[in-house]
Design a protein around this ligand. Sequence first.
Ligand SMILES: CC(=O)N[C@H]1[C@@H](OP(=O)(O)OP(=O)(O)OC[C@H]2O[C@@H](n3ccc(=O)[nH]c3=O)[C@H](O)[C@@H]2O)O[C@H](CO)[C@@H](O)[C@@H]1O[C@H](C)C(=O)N[C@@H](C)C(=O)N[C@H](CCC(=O)O)C(=O)O
Ligand SMILES: Nc1ncnc2c1ncn2[C@@H]1O[C@H](COP(=O)(O)OP(=O)(O)OP(=O)(O)O)[C@@H](O)[C@H]1O
Ligand SMILES: N[C@H](CCC[C@H](N)C(=O)O)C(=O)O
Ligand SMILES: [Mg+2]
Length: 483
Amino acid sequence: MLLSELLATPDLEPALRGLKVSGLTADSRMARGGFAFFAIPGHAGDGLSYVADAKSRGACVVVAQRRADSPLPVVVVDDVRRALALAAARFFSCQPSIIAAVTGTSGKTSVVAFLRQIWAALGHEAASLGTVGIVDSRGAHYGALTTPGPVELHRTLDELAGRGVTHLAMEASSLGIDQRRLDGMRVDVAGFTNFSRDHLDHHADMEEYFAAKMRLFDTLLHPGQTAVVDADSDVASRVIDICRARGLTILSVGSKGETIRLLSATPSALATSLRLRYNGAEYEVDLPLAGAFQVSNALVAAGLAIASGDDPGQVFAALEALKGAPGRLELVGQRNGAPIFVDYAHKPDALEKVLATLRPLTKKRLIVVFGCGGDRDRGKRPLMGGIVARAADVAIVTDDNPRSEDAAAIRAEILEGTRGGAAHIIEIGDRRAAIANAVAGLEAGDALVVAGKGHETGQIVGDRVLPFSDHEAIAQALKENHP
Ligand SMILES: CC(=O)N[C@H]1[C@@H](OP(=O)(O)OP(=O)(O)OC[C@H]2O[C@@H](n3ccc(=O)[nH]c3=O)[C@H](O)[C@@H]2O)O[C@H](CO)[C@@H](O)[C@@H]1O[C@H](C)C(=O)N[C@@H](C)C(=O)N[C@H](CCC(=O)O)C(=O)O
Ligand SMILES: Nc1ncnc2c1ncn2[C@@H]1O[C@H](COP(=O)(O)OP(=O)(O)OP(=O)(O)O)[C@@H](O)[C@H]1O
Ligand SMILES: N[C@H](CCC[C@H](N)C(=O)O)C(=O)O
Ligand SMILES: [Mg+2]
């Protein structure tokens, strides 16, 4: 492809006008012969300091935000992250014909998993893309980020479209939106779940975090397209105002929803019976999932399916076969009749919601094992300590990806927040030992949730990822503690 086509710039300097490029990357280590190297001023470093490396691997031109002394010719653009996304979309030109993007602090992974299942049930070739990787009718492939960087994203879209995927549900993380990873993507419909504290290690404050999410609606979606909004979120009216100002059609869902109105939700063991009203008609749905938050997620997914053209009656019927995303309030075993769940709550609101969901299902003690990640927002640690101290009966504070931090210091910050609460608090740093302790102590009527790692398969300590899975640690503990 010509560089001028890749950048859609006719006015390149004469020496570059006929230049052909064979690929593109923002990571010098991935450069190959004939590649364009996009030099991004990042959080940890500046891409311009890697130009020599890119050149040594064959890159022939640099795209950057400023002129710099460089062994390769430099094309200057206003916003190099956006230029990379648009270029990646031109280079990998195919995308599935329907793309739904979902943002919100919690529930994205669940909503895209549900939407993929609804679409598949209705006969579409569907895929989802996000924290648990790419999932389609062939299986699952894990990826590193929730919203991949633009080059990987567009290569993936092109491959999915190439193998016949017509419907894609993808997670749009605030970091992904902010870093322009989705700017080259055609988004047909977008969903909003909810908003609470997260990623304050990256965004300066909650307003900046909110604005990053809103970019999906006020910039990436176009007037006339549809936004599906969980009307029960406490920021729903702000989101709806922003969508209206952009000229979007609003499809609101939930007990305050105008389009899909939740009339009642009756929990029973690990399921919930729903009565819904849509367009004047009432529907009854036996949702095979527990928790008010899963009801919200299922309704956002249903709204997205309807907004993308599917028949409402068939969409609501498909909710009756939904399976939770891996590691999201997943029942993984039991001991002495006490259920054991793995959940991905690693932020205050999610932890609160998951404990509130399990409380009415628990006759005796609600036990939680959890920790907080290193090199992430420190402010959430005492908040999460406070939540378990109030909402659980026993909380075992343990390690969850300490990364470059001192694990004991992270636990101490969590423990600080537990003071004055009613729960019995235990500190066991080693996560396997914490899980073993919790499982061994389970009695009839108890419930145990191991929170924070969900689907993860590693414990990040320093620079190393040690193999670790809550599922496997629970299975081992169950084996060692025959009831
Ligand atoms: C903080 C953050 O978001 N970092 C992401 C960001 O990096 P960055 O732009 O700041 O890059 P940098 O590390 O400063 O380096 C600057 C530039 O030099 C390049 N470089 C660097 C080294 C080298 O040898 N050669 C080279 O060319 C880098 O590729 C980069 O282009 O852009 C990169 C490319 O897209 C991402 O890989 C990287 O994700 C890091 C690994 C990460 O851990 N991100 C997490 C926090 C993240 O994005 N999480 C969200 C939310 C998760 C959720 O809530 O579900 C996600 O979407 O996954
Ligand atoms: N609608 C919701 N409201 C509040 N909490 C939720 C909701 N949905 C899920 N949760 C909680 O958040 C956890 C993560 O859910 P999920 O993975 O679906 O969200 P996510 O937005 O993709 O999160 P992440 O950004 O961490 O990938 C769940 O395990 C559960 O504890
Ligand atoms: N996408 C989130 C995942 C956090 C999961 C939790 N296990 C932790 O390490 O804090 C993040 O990178 O902040
Ligand atoms: Mg996710």
